[in-house]
Design a protein around this ligand. Structure first.
Ligand SMILES: [Fe+2]
Length: 235
C-alpha cells in the first residue's frame, strides 16, 4: 500500500526549509524537479518556503536520459544557470540529476552565495523518514562528534606513481613515484584540516578503469599505456 503522508510531509518540508536551508524572508528559493520527481515533495517544499516569507520558484523539466554531465545536452542550460545565478538557495529533487553537470558547475561558480542541497530522487516516504521524523539538533551534535573523532582518518588523496627512475628508498618523495604504485594520503588537506597527514604506498598495483584493466601488478596492460611504458623503458 502506498504511503501518502499528507500531514507528515508538511513537517518534513518545514524542517527542510526552516532548519536545514535556514530560509529567510525575501530569499529566492529555486526548486528543480523533472518528470520523474515526486511532485508531492516539490509542492510541500514550495508551500513551506512560501510560508516562511521566501520566494519559491519551481523549475520542472523533462527527465534527462542520463545524470550529471550526461544530462547536459537535454537540459535548458542557459535558462537554468540564469535562474540559479539569481537565487539564494536551490534544492534539487530531479530524479535524473543535474548534480556535477556543466549546468551545476556553472551555477555554483557564477553564484558563490548559492546554498545547494542534493536531494535527488526524493519521495514522500523518504522525506518523512529521513527529514521529517529526525531530531536534527541532536543529529548535528552526533555528526560533529564523529567527525571530530575521525579527522585524521579522512582520505586526502589517491595518486599513481610512474617515475621510471624512482626506487624504494624510504624517502616518501621518491617512494610515492615508484613505477606502478598507488599512494594513499590520509589526514590533513586544505579543505579539511587535521593534526597531521601521512601517506601509504601500495607497490605493484592492479587497476581497473570503467571495467577495463589498465595495470596488472604494476605492469601496464592497457595497449596505449603499454606502448608508452615501453618507450620509457618500463612495462
Ligand atoms: Fe600525501
Amino acid at each position: 500500500m502506498s504511503k501518502w503522508y499528507e500531514f507528515e510531509l508538511g513537517k518534513a518540508a518545514d524542517i527542510l526549509t526552516r532548519e536545514l536551508f535556514k530560509l529567510k524572508e525575501g530569499e529566492t528559493f529555486v526548486i528543480t524537479a523533472d518528470t520523474e520527481s515526486d511532485m508531492r515533495v516539490v509542492e510541500a517544499t514550495a508551500r513551506a518556503a512560501f510560508s516562511l516569507g521566501a520566494k519559491p520558484m519551481v523549475i520542472w523539466t523533462p527527465a534527462a536520459l542520463g545524470v550529471g554531465a550526461a544530462a547536459d545536452p537535454m537540459l535548458p542550460q542557459e535558462a537554468l544557470v540564469g535562474a540559479l545565478k539569481g537565487a539564494d538557495a536551490w534544492v534539487e529533487f530531479n530524479n535524473q540529476w543535474i548534480f556535477y553537470s556543466e549546468t551545476y558547475t556553472r551555477a555554483m561558480k557564477e553564484n558563490d552565495r548559492l546554498r545547494y542541497s542534493c536531494l535527488v530522487g526524493m519521495n514522500a516516504d523518504m522525506m518523512v523518514r529521513c527529514i521529517g521524523r529526525l531530531d536534527y539538533p541532536t543529529l548535528g551534535e552526533f555528526m560533529a562528534k564523529i567527525t571530530d573523532l575521525t579527522n585524521m582518518m579522512k582520505m586526502a588523496h589517491i595518486c599513481y606513481g610512474f617515475n621510471p627512475g624512482a626506487k624504494l628508498t624510504g624517502d616518501i618523495v621518491e617512494d610515492e613515484r615508484v613505477w606502478g604504485c598507488v599512494e594513499w594520503g590520509i589526514g590533513h588537506m586544505r579543505s579539511a584540516p587535521a593534526p597531521s597527514h601521512s601517506d601509504g604506498i601500495c607497490l605493484n598495483a592492479s587497476v581497473w578503469l570503467d571495467g577495463e584493466q589498465v595495470l596488472d601488478r604494476g605492469r601496464s596492460v592497457h595497449p596505449e599505456l603499454a606502448e608508452l611504458a615501453k618507450r620509457l623503458g618500463k612495462q
